[in-house]
Write a protein that binds this ligand. Sequence first.
Ligand SMILES: [Cu+2]
Length: 151
Amino acid sequence: MKLNFWMLTAMAALAAPSTWAANISVTDAWARTTVPGQQVSGGYFQITSDTDARLVKVSSVAVPRVEMHEMSMDGDVMRMREVKAIDLPKGKTVSLEPGGFHLMLMTLKKPIAAGDMIPLTLVVESGGKKQTVEVKAEARAMGGGMQHHHH
Ligand SMILES: [Cu+2]
């Protein structure tokens, strides 16, 4: 009985949005296609929370390692660094895009082809609690010269 109770509780928690949970909307999720041998790609999306929150982790069952990075200008040199969290101010759309915050999809085992759907699990923290948001990023080729080098 005890086991059943906890199982039901766990299922209910998964099924029903709790009252504390932030309302997170993620749009235009995409990932960059890669060529054979390339082990690193970038992931991007727009995310909005209806309450002050922070994106604290992103993972994917399809990608061995996912990091959150920020690109910024250091003098006239573009640099990027890993960030532990991305702030999601209430009601503000935060863009992960080439040249700013982005996901780094690392240690890829096989190339990402155009049209591939990359599942992403976002962990968002608000009011000291965490919730997950499932997103699918569609792989697209990106033209233009800005290469995303590994560190
Ligand atoms: Cu990066």
